[in-house]
Design a binder for this molecule. Structure first.
Ligand code: OOB
Length: 540
């Protein structure tokens, strides 16, 4: 076991190879093969760009040489913060070919998060854009780079310096180890700052290949990347990578709103896309009054947060497409309802796992440290544990955290409460982890509490979920003021925002209370407090 990355046990890895799940291919080599098979077909479509597979391949070769020439070495980590632009694809494949590991930040992340990703991964570089949505990403990246000594370079897409990298002469570079880490994804997190998730070429490519098949992708399909493409869902479920794998084109939507998306669906003949439930609801509503032709749309994947049955029932009729539910996590496991599943499964469950070798255990939900043996009776609600050919065995450089996030026998404790149907389909019924799912955007309670407690007027803070008709959940911060202090809600929200965090983490509601309710046993542990406050918030 290395400190960075917890590998699968050798016997297990051998089994995954023998079963044909892990094929010893890298993402760089995948693109080479795709460029041969689909050379002149369109691969990526942006506002000002239409690249074929051959062009994407060439751009990735040039960028790999450019990055290498700029001092990026095999094994280096590079924090990538890009919106939905075609360069996302050329940059990521360019880094893969240079042997570097992208660390996928979301466009919403701000300085405190970027700093954490760069520090935790000891990144050699940060790659970003200039101004986007009225925010100067390049300035933020430079400020973070100045603070983190490992960061030697800041690359800004669209600048002249970047054009030089894009024009570099391709050179032969060694192909990285397919069993090695290809990139670091971010966890939604429940304790403190987001953990980094190491995914290998072997394991991720398996999930991409199967996702493309399960979602029916063909070379004629057109995938719309509406959600921020660095997130696991639009990246690989089936996402950009699944579309590329199938020889299909990906259209990058600059924003996920119905007007923008409907325009692109009509113009590009989009056949498939993926959305979080609040956006799916907004699209379903907007479809009733659009003049756009949406008839090309065949499949809409909905996931990231629970899709309520009423919404599930509306989607097909409103958008004239098939609904496919997806329940996934950046740590690995992805479940889909199948395109030929009976309606009842599609409407009422979040799907079944990709792989016959995804091991699922539904265990006693009352003990956060339940082992894989503590299974509940079939059909009962329990906490979901999982282990399999594309689920990590440990977070990156997080030895302490890994001791509780995984069971001793390597199952990941997802923190999700589920019921398993006899067909193997899972129904997500709740959550045991200290996380708020704000319409698919994950907020770790403790991370926000720590920001609030940095305010001099705050003695203690507890962040809980409150039900919300649009987002499913919103965040409410309960705050106990320090002696003599009277912090106003608006001031605390501004304070958290100015600490440099993604806007979706700024508490939606702030309640200043004289003290926290004491729980039955008189304990004041954060865990119990959150539970008590969440129960209170639900009653209101
Ligand atoms: C996706 O990935 P993450 O890493 O942002 O979040 C994972 C968590 C899950 O543990 C679960 O709590 C929640 O998000 N979740 C769902 C869900 N899909 C995800 N909860 C209820 N119903 C669903 N359908 O969110 C993600 C990754 C790949 C594909 C799709 C979503």
């Amino acid at each position: 076991m290395t400190a960075d990355h917890v590998p699968w046990p050798p016997e297990t890895a051998a089994r995954y190879r023998a079963s044909g799940y892990w094929r010893g291919q890298t993402f760089g080599k995948l693109l080479t093969g795709l460029a041969e098979a689909y050379a002149e077909r369109l691969a990526v479509i942006g506002e000002n760009a239409r690249w074929t597979f051959a062009e994407l391949d060439e751009r990735a070769h040039r960028l790999a040489a450019g990055f290498t020439g700029a001092g990026i070495r095999a094994g280096d980590r590079v924090v990538v913060q890009l919106p939905n632009v075609p360069e996302f694809a050329s940059v990521v494949f360019g880094l893969w070919r240079a042997g570097a590991l992208p660390v996928f930040a979301l466009p919403a992340h701000r300085a405190s998060e970027l700093r954490h990703f760069a520090e935790q991964s000891e990144a050699a570089a940060i790659l970003t854009v200039g101004e986007h949505e009225r925010f100067d990403h390049a300035a933020m990246a430079r400020a973070v780079a100045a603070e983190i000594s490992s960061v030697r370079n800041v690359f800004v897409v669209g600048t002249e310096e970047f054009a030089v990298l894009e024009a570099a002469t391709p050179r032969a570079l060694p192909d990285p180890d397919p069993a090695g880490v290809a990139f670091l994804q971010l966890s939604g997190g429940s304790t403190g700052l987001p953990k980094l998730i190491p995914r290998t070429h072997d394991d991720y490519l398996y999930s991409v290949r199967e996702s493309a098949r399960i979602c029916g992708l063909r070379p004629e399909s057109v995938y719309l990347a509406a959600l921020p493409v660095a997130h696991n869902f639009p990246l690989s479920s089936p996402g950009l990578l699944g579309a590329l794998h199938a020889g299909a084109a990906t259209v990058f939507a600059p924003r996920p709103d119905a007007d923008t998306a409907f325009r692109l669906i009509e113009a590009e003949g989009v056949t498939i896309t993926g959305l979080v439930p609040p956006l799916a609801a907004a699209w379903a509503q907007a479809a009733g009054r659009t003049t756009r032709d949406l008839s090309s749309l065949d499949v809409l994947l909905v996931g990231g947060a629970k899709c309520a049955r009423e919404l599930a029932e509306k989607i097909g009729p409103a958008l004239g497409c098939r609904l496919q539910q997806v329940f996934g996590m950046a740590e690995g496991l992805v479940c889909y309802t199948r395109l030929d599943d009976p309606d009842e499964y599609v409407l009422a469950t979040q799907g079944r796992p990709i792989s016959p070798d995804d091991e699922i255990r539904v265990v006693n939900p009352d003990d956060p440290l339940s082992t894989s043996d503590d299974v509940v009776a079939p059909g009962e609600i329990g906490a979901l544990l999982t282990r399999g050919p594309y689920t990590i065995r440990g977070y990156y450089r997080a030895e302490e955290h890994n001791k509780t996030a995984f069971t001793e026998d390597g199952f990941y404790r997802t923190g999700d409460l589920v019921r398993r149907h006899p067909s193997g389909h899972l129904e997500v019924v709740g959550r045991a982890k200290e996380q708020i799912n704000r319409g698919g955007e994950k907020v770790a309670a403790e991370e926000v509490e720590n920001h609030l407690m940095a305010h001099p007027g705050v003695l203690d803070a507890a962040v809980v979920a409150v039900p919300d008709p649009y987002l499913g959940e919103r965040t409410c911060a309960y705050v106990v003021p320090a002696a003599g202090a009277e912090p106003a809600a608006a001031e605390l929200r501004r304070f958290v925002r100015e600490r440099g965090v993604a806007a979706f983490k700024v508490p939606d509601l702030v309640q200043v209370v004289p003290e926290f309710p004491v729980t039955g046993v008189g304990k004041t542990s954060k865990r119990e407090l959150r539970a008590a406050l969440a129960a209170l918030a639900k009653e209101k």
